[in-house]
Ligand binder design. Structure first.
Ligand SMILES: [Fe+2]
Length: 378
């Protein structure tokens, strides 16, 4: 129970859990101006992300104790480390233990090892013997599978973020069997949603009706190592095919519920980009993106929203949330950024995947080109 305004300062707003003395006001200026109650007890509480600084924070706190011991009106006595450990253990066992045992060369939470997952997008598989824009998309994706099995066998899982088939929306079926054969070669678990070149029913006919969520779409939750990853199916199907995307009201409600039940870090993966990229691809952007952003903003720790679809790499902070696109497995494109609309050129490559690393401190997205036209210099 708070007794006065002073308690609100200590326990209320502005409670950052920062290491001692990370503020901008010098302690030599601050301490002489602070009034302390008789018999005051000090406590350090650190966010787990600052574990590497636990020891220096403890030393800084002990230094405060030394200075306050010279002021008899505080009734302060210096607490020895053993007492500190016992008190911390009794009061905040989990936080204190992690602070006291964290390795000095790492700020990672020892209880939650790093999550590593991979994202493929825009695979655009075609029938046997066919190509897409002159590219053998099957060979390109096969090279990506080989890349994962060779270099990322330690990944927790892999995500395919849509445009699995090039002409699924026009009735192609063989590409889904070819996709299934390639996915079977992966040595890491694989989770899949679809894009605007796909057909939902055809995909489910090959991969199983059980992948249809209660929303009627291919939405999914993956929980691993304290991080929740949510896949959203942004495909719009109807008599008039559009390459734009949308999330239904049922999907937004489902997303809100999945966010609400997991206070920890969340990554979201869907095919269509939601944030404006200010290029021609915004013509086929996710519909009603603001509604999507409003749902995301109900959660305080959305680490990344990752999309494919646009065939080029971008990263943005939109509505206070990080949004990323990856180039994907198909052709790349030039990106006119001079404000004047002009033709976008298709490029041979690269064939690109995202390698996402998540721990308590950050979610990091590497863009890895498993096929690249750049020659090796040395
Ligand atoms: Fe695509």
């Amino acid at each position: 129970m708070l007794q006065d305004a002073g308690d609100e300062v200590a326990f209320g707003q502005g409670d950052l859990y920062l290491p001692v003395y990370w503020g901008a006001i010098p302690r030599a200026y601050l301490l002489p101006r602070m009034a302390f109650r008789q018999g005051m007890l000090s406590m350090i509480e650190l966010n787990g992300g600052y574990n590497a600084h636990a020891e220096s924070a403890l030393l800084a706190a002990q230094n405060i104790g030394v200075q306050l011991s010279a002021r008899p009106e505080t009734g302060h006595r210096r607490m020895v480390v053993g007492e500190f450990e016992k008190l911390s253990h009794d009061c905040h066992r989990d936080v204190a233990q992690r602070a006291l045992i964290a390795p000095r060369n790492s700020s990672r939470d020892v209880d939650k090892p790093m999550l590593k997952f991979l994202v493929f997008s825009d695979i655009h598989l075609v029938d046997t013997g066919a190509t897409s824009h002159g590219l053998d998309t099957h060979s390109r994706f096969s090279a990506g599978i080989d890349w994962v099995n060779t270099h990322h066998a330690d990944a927790d899982f892999c995500v395919l973020a849509g445009d699995l088939a090039d002409l699924g929306f026009q009735g192609a079926t063989e590409p889904y069997q070819r996709l299934k054969d390639q996915v079977a070669r992966l040595t890491v678990p694989c989770h899949i949603t679809i894009g605007n070149h796909d057909n939902r029913d055809t995909f489910l006919a090959f991969f199983g009706e059980g992948l249809r969520a209660e929303t009627g779409c291919i939405d999914k939750v993956i929980d691993a190592k304290g991080h929740r990853t949510i896949l959203l199916d942004s495909v719009v199907e109807g008599p008039e095919h559009t390459h734009g995307g949308a999330l239904s009201r049922a999907q937004l409600e489902w997303l809100a519920a999945r966010l609400g039940e997991h206070p920890g870090p969340v990554n979201v993966i869907l095919h269509h980009h939601a944030n404006p990229l200010h290029t021609m691809v915004d013509r086929i952007r996710l519909e009603a993106p603001e509604a999507f952003a409003e749902v995301l903003k109900t959660h305080g720790d959305i680490r990344q929203v990752i999309a494919g679809h646009v065939h080029y790499t971008s990263t943005a902070m939109w509505h206070g949330i990080p949004f990323t696109t990856l180039a994907g497995s198909h052709y790349g494109v030039t990106v006119p950024l001079n404000g004047a609309e002009r033709k976008i050129d298709r490029l041979w490559g690269p064939a690109q995947m995202a390698v996402v690393l998540c721990d308590d401190d950050q979610t990091l997205v590497h863009f890895e080109n498993y096929l690249d036209g750049n020659p090796v210099l040395s």
